[in-house]
Design a protein around this ligand. Structure first.
Ligand code: HEM
Length: 137
């Protein structure tokens, strides 16, 4: 369980950074031929979030975080596939910022969920230990 969380968390970071780097290139009107790669990485990114959501439910997290991540992970690709069409509209810059912000928030809540799962898992394995004894990482 811990290993799966660790791997998914690392992949969320890895794909997230690659998406931002590619996005920055697109923003500068460069490497536009790599848009399909960006979209593929976006799908993989979302699949990793779903993996964390599944582990969150499996770990029986009480908080609504897994549900929030699930809903957000549906918004990311929905917005992504509409991106090209939306960019052609009048609010190009706003759409670009919203797309980036939605992606960054997805990364943030994905990491938050991973931390919560690890914490819950540790609490099951070491029931006597106080939550403060563990860092939030
Ligand atoms: C399934 C998920 C995703 C899809 C389908 C997708 C798709 C796209 C598309 C089609 C573009 C427009 C390229 C252009 O014509 O200029 C774009 C741009 C961009 N993407 Fe994504 N994307 C996804 C996820 C993400 C995520 C998670 C991030 C950040 C963590 C991100 C960051 C960016 C940035 C910074 C740009 C350039 C600015 C912009 O056009 O909004 N994308 N993306």
């Amino acid at each position: 369980m811990q290993k799966a969380v660790l791997i998914l968390r690392a992949l969320v970071s890895l794909f997230g950074i690659a998406l931002i780097v590619l996005g920055a290139l697109f923003w500068a009107n460069r490497a536009l031929t790599l848009i399909p790669l960006h979209m593929l990485l976006g799908v993989l990114f979302v699949l990793c979030l779903w993996g964390l959501v599944a582990l969150g439910f499996y770990a029986r997290l009480r908080a609504p975080l897994p549900l929030i991540v699930l809903i957000w992970s549906l918004i990311v690709p929905a917005l992504g596939v509409e991106q090209v069409r939306l960019l052609a509209g009048p609010h190009r810059l706003l759409i670009q910022w919203v797309h980036l912000l939605v992606g960054l928030i997805a990364m943030g809540i994905g990491h938050g969920l991973a931390r919560r799962i690890s914490g819950a898992w540790r609490a099951v394995r070491y029931p006597g230990s106080s939550p403060s004894a563990h860092s939030s990482r």
